[in-house]
Design a protein around this ligand. Structure first.
Ligand SMILES: [Zn+2]
Length: 299
């Protein structure tokens, strides 16, 4: 296990005697790594960072060693879509379909994530090691991602939720801050808890405003739920991590048609295949492709 040297982390908490479940995350270094690996434009760095923050928090609630959460947006805007995954150990990764979308900013210089994403769908796939993975889908509300996630939790999981997600991109295009929070009402919450939470949500500032003041996930939760007997229950380190390998990519090549593989072999050149998630390039020589083809035909 590698040692995580960044401050990226998820903090899980409860409040109001367990009637509220809360998460907050700082994934700045992971979002910057995604930006570097995929060469994303600022608006796509923001969209990807927001979705990764949401996945990191949501994934941290899974219990199994091999559980995997996938959040997938497919849309009609210039970004076309994004896919991210998170496991229960704080490993996150993700990729945009179009890394270099450049559209005008909104008022006050805000990145127009909703404009880049546009109308579309959000699909949530949770592979919990059961026979069939759980999957749910909603129409995007705004494409701003936080609002879409809140709508997903409320409609698909019947858990009223407030979601804040934010990414601040610096003038040199690096990710300065990326993080978020999720506050969820449990089914037995009484009117007093509901109205107290509503009050604190309506007073909440954008996540990056808190982070710009030097606040970490713990302080953000204290700011939002400090008056509701907040109890921090767990802190989990987060990192951008992809489990791809030469062998796994060979497995993907093995799904190609015979004729496509044969064509590459006949070309006689080394081919390069990049992992979607982390953009790492893997090289294959024609002899390796021949082995894949031979194995398929039991030679
Ligand atoms: Zn990879």
């Amino acid at each position: 296990m590698e040692i995580n040297e960044t401050k990226d982390r998820i903090v899980r908490a409860t409040a109001a005697n367990g009637m509220i479940r809360a998460f907050a995350a700082d994934i700045t270094a992971s979002a910057e790594e995604a930006h570097e690996r995929h060469g994303t434009s600022p608006v796509i760095s923001a969209a990807l960072g927001r979705l990764m923050a949401a996945a990191a928090m949501m994934g941290s609630g899974m219990k199994g060693e091999k559980d995997l959460l996938t959040l997938m947006i497919r849309s009609d805007g210039p970004a076309k879509g994004l896919t991210v995954t998170a496991d229960s150990h704080g490993n996150i990764k993700g990729f945009p379909l179009v890394p270099d979308v450049d559209i005008p900013r909104k008022a006050k210089g805000k990145l127009d994530v909703g404009g880049a994403v546009g109308p579309g769908t959000l699909t949530v796939i949770m592979d919990l090691g059961l026979k069939e993975p759980y999957s749910g889908q909603i129409e995007l509300k705004s494409g701003e991602i936080a609002e879409d996630m809140a709508y997903y939790f409320t409609v698909s999981e019947q858990t009223p939720s407030a979601v804040g997600l934010g990414v601040m991109v610096d003038t040199d295009c690096t990710v300065k801050h990326a993080g978020g929070f999720i506050l969820q009402l449990m089914p037995d919450a009484g009117e007093d808890v509901i109205s107290a939470l509503e009050q604190s949500v309506s007073a909440a500032k954008p996540v990056t405003t808190y982070m710009e003041c030097g606040m970490g996930p713990e302080e953000i939760l204290k700011e939002l739920l400090g008056d509701l007997s907040l109890e921090i229950t767990e802190t989990l380190p987060v990192r951008f991590y992809c489990n791809c390998s030469h062998e796994r990519i060979a497995g993907a090549l093995a799904t190609l048609k015979d004729s496509d593989l044969q064509e590459m072999i006949d070309d006689g050149k080394e081919i390069e295949v990049k992992c979607h998630f982390c953009n790492t390039a893997y090289k294959f020589i024609p002899e390796e492709l021949q082995v894949i083809l031979d194995e398929r035909h039991g030679k």
